[in-house]
Design a protein around this ligand. Sequence first.
Ligand SMILES: *Cc1c(COP(=O)(O)O)cnc(C)c1O
Length: 367
Amino acid sequence: MNVPLLDLKPQFAQYKDRLMPELMQVIESQAFILGPKVEKMEKELADYIGVKYALGVSSGTDALLLALMGLGIGHGDEVITTPYTFFATAGSIHRVGARPVFVDIEPDTYNIDATKIEKAISRRTKAIMPVHLFGQCCDMDAINAIARRHGLKVIEDACQSIGAKYGDKQAGNLGDVGAFSFFPSKNLGCFGDGGLVTTNDEALYKRMKALRVHGGERQYYHAEVGMNGRLDAIQAVVVSAKLPLLAGWTEGRRRNADRYDHFFANNPKIQVPVRREGRYHIFNQYVIAVDRRDELKQHLTEKQIGCAIYYPLSLHQQECFSYLQYRQGDFPVAETAAKRTLALPIYPEIPAGGLEYVAQTINAFYR
Ligand SMILES: *Cc1c(COP(=O)(O)O)cnc(C)c1O
């Protein structure tokens, strides 16, 4: 049996009929950049997430960049974030000229450890960028309380967490600005690169909207230097066609997570993902932590089971960030996670018997 880490083809079959006429309309119109289809998608996503404003952008990375630029963060500023995340989180901070300041993670959720944030704040700190990793929200009450106390902004990296909830509020509606990705492997992916920024702040929304198109509210007149962060209409119609199915897909992922939890319940060798009370985990990834992780990965690959390491090297140990002068051992929880974690297939359409095969293969490996 072959179980890939992710297969998007069975999803395409579910919305193809609704999408194709919309796609043809865009192609016939030959109007590809921004426009009414993008605005329609922005409105739908703002309603879904529960925020006042949403802006379609060219990627999740550019969503983070636009959020930082919109908040006026740049040279000489510091932004506190996690070292255990996709590269773009800290990459975006570096790219606006600010300095990423890392804080270690929780050993069970892998999210930033809010109890360690305050020690990392300096006179230069301007914002905290929590990452809702793998689909579960960070400890946002604690993070927002720290931000209020110190006058900091909160930028949510919600790229893996569309639809995740903290209490009754969704990711992207828990800080000053939220960043999402429509990269195909995210829970709501488009047909290429795409992303979204969300906010309830009208002035910030207007500034980011201008920055998305080179900083000009009026074409060819530039109040400040922005970027090309536009989304195209083809990606917008894909997102609109998939959005009505997202809640069902998320439930499918959560059911699969329950089944894995059940299969691994009696195996002390496997640390399953922890779900914090009051948070709705959307399982963009189902990540276990184990000894002999690399051996297990090799074994699963031989058994034709897809799996992946998110992430093999913490960001404070990346060559490009050597100038930050962190050392091995500075963030021991993140460094341990990088050695022990492995993501398993969790997509809702795993073929019948596939999940059992994955779980039994892993259990047998540790017997
Ligand atoms: C995917 C991802 C991004 C970047 O999104 P892209 O659309 O690939 O640019 C940023 N942060 C996290 C945590 C992500 O998972």
